[in-house]
Design a protein around this ligand. Structure first.
Ligand SMILES: Cc1cc2nc3c(=O)[nH]c(=O)nc-3n(C[C@H](O)[C@H](O)[C@H](O)COP(=O)(O)OP(=O)(O)OC[C@H]3O[C@@H](n4cnc5c(N)ncnc54)[C@H](O)[C@@H]3O)c2cc1C
Length: 467
């Protein structure tokens, strides 16, 4: 039996499930449900049938087996930063109680599935170690690692999921398994890039790197400098060594108390930079960008890795937003001009951010163990964030689409799984090549034959779309 995506839910005996759990089950209408089920992206509502606040891996096993027995899908939530849409016939497992962070001073960590990067960064720093976290320390470790993970030092250290040693995961068949390169290598392959398509991870073990400080930060320029900053950045990137990771972000941040006055309500551009190595060399490398305009804000210098989040300065509090993304095959002078036409001064830019990250370097190298993370060869990623609320809501959406259209001559057609909004089929299809999508779908049949895991549905629908 496979589950119908939208089977009726009123007959589902949730009380039975609740009675079998160490943790608690919350149904709509309660504060606990609202607190746990509300996504970080406030523009989305997911309407899960119930939320299981799991306390033990056995709670996850019980929920997945219950799902199989009653024709209900099971999804997972840690922070809600990267939710799956349409959870009507879904019980959401909340992993917040899986809060273990154990740092092994010889260079690795064991981390519970409910942990956010910030705790790992701080705990590892006490040993001179660092995890390969993303731009925002508030993002969940497991959600990030299952999607690959490309952070502020990624060109130096590569894709974060390549450093994973082991997962503990409840697969769709209701079995709790430890998976490594040697034990269940097929699941290990799928969980590094394939998001949670095969199951719900309860803990992960990952290597750390020896890194206490880096030379880095962000420098902001006013609207009149945007053309020169964008052109200079595009010419500068190809010369950078792997020790450098950089991005630019054209921003139109709202006037809010947390937004510094030089940036609030104004079109600006941020140049972000992280250099692993001698700070004097980093300063020399960054000099052309500092000279590209007159900085209005920002700080760049030697910084502890614990301040990693300052490089991108991502928002901390939840907000309503819509993402667009595209991988680019190059960022040529023509790409820079196209970007300027749709994001520069007088362009009618309506997003709060249009970011271009340089990829390449160690990201492009194959890992020791193959994985479901593809698109390693794309040299740039574009990410747009717009706030589609209020009278301009529709215009914000149209503007995001128009920016992506303008960049389409340079787009590879692919996308990164971690920037795949809502895990809808069209987006998921862009995250994988045909072979990877097919292999993920085959593994779902093997480890989740009743199609209980909600993220697996996204993979199957993406495959249908492509065939
Ligand atoms: C502000 C911000 C900054 C970001 N920066 C980066 C960045 O620098 N680099 C990058 O690569 N990505 C980045 N991302 C994307 C982020 O990595 C993904 O959205 C990630 O999925 C978030 O995971 P989460 O646990 O925080 O969110 P959740 O919404 O709780 O989970 C998102 C998804 O991750 C999977 N997942 C989560 N927990 C589990 C589990 N226990 N078992 C199996 N699957 C699970 C599921 O598919 C789930 O739907 C950023 C996102 C935001 C909002």
């Amino acid at each position: 039996m496979t589950l119908a995506p939208e089977s009726p839910t009123s007959s589902v005996p949730l009380d039975e499930l609740a009675a079998s759990l160490t943790g608690r089950l919350h149904q709509p209408g309660t504060d606990d449900y609202r607190h746990l089920a509300t996504p970080w992206n406030l523009a989305e509502e997911t309407h899960a049938m119930a939320v299981v606040e799991a306390k033990t891996p056995e709670d996850v096993v019980a929920t997945v087996r219950f799902g199989a027995a009653h024709g209900v899908e099971v999804g997972v939530r840690a922070t809600g930063h990267g939710i799956i849409n349409h959870l009507g016939n879904t019980i959401l497992v909340h992993t917040g109680h899986f809060d273990e962070v154990t740092i092994h001073p010889d260079g690795w960590a064991r981390i519970g599935a409910g942990v956010q990067w910030e705790r790992v960064i701080d705990a590892a720093a006490e040993h001179g170690l660092a995890p390969l976290a993303g731009s925002s320390p508030g993002v969940g470790v497991v959600g990030y690692l299952t999607g690959g993970g490309i952070g502020p030092v990624a060109r130096t250290y590569g894709v974060a999921s390549d450093r994973v040693r082991a997962f503990e995961v409840v697969t769709g068949d209701g079995e709790l398994r430890r998976v490594t390169a040697l034990e269940h290598p097929d699941i290990f392959w799928a969980l590094r890039g394939g998001k949670g398509a095969l199951g719900i991870v309860t803990a992960v073990e990952t290597e750390l790197v020896h890194l206490r400080t880096l030379y880095g930060g962000a420098v902001y320029f006013a609207a009149e400098d945007i053309p020169n900053v964008v052109r200079t950045w595009g010419q500068w990137c190809p010369s950078l060594l792997e020790q450098a990771t950089t991005s630019i972000a054209i921003q139109l941040l709202p006037e809010m108390p947390d937004v510094p006055p030089p940036l609030a309500g104004k079109l600006t551009v941020a140049v972000r930079f992280a250099w692993v190595g001698d700070p004097a060399d980093g300063e020399r490398e960054f000099a052309p960008m500092l000279a590209a305009g007159t900085p209005i804000l920002g700080e760049i210098g030697e910084m502890p890795y614990t301040q990693l989040g300052m490089i991108h300065a991502d928002p901390i509090d939840p907000l309503p937003f819509r993402e667009n993304n595209a991988l680019l095959r190059e960022f040529s002078p023509e790409t820079a001009e196209a970007l300027l036409r749709v994001t520069g001064p007088d362009s009618g830019f309506l997003q709060i951010m249009a970011e271009v990250r340089q990829l390449g370097g160690a990201i492009a190298r194959a890992s020791d163990h193959s994985s479901a993370f593809v698109h390693r060869d794309a040299p740039y990623n574009v990410l747009l964030i717009g706030v589609p609320v209020g009278p301009e809501g529709e215009a914000v959406v149209a503007n995001g689409d128009a920016i992506i259209d303008a960049l389409s001559p340079w787009a590879t057609g692919g996308g990164l799984p971690n920037f795949s909004p809502g895990m809808v089929a069209e987006e998921v299809a862009r995250s994988y090549d045909d072979l990877t999508l097919r292999r993920l779908a085959d593994l779902i049949e093997e480890y989740d034959p009743q199609h209980v895991i909600r993220a697996g549905r996204a993979i199957r629908e993406a495959l249908d779309l492509k065939s």
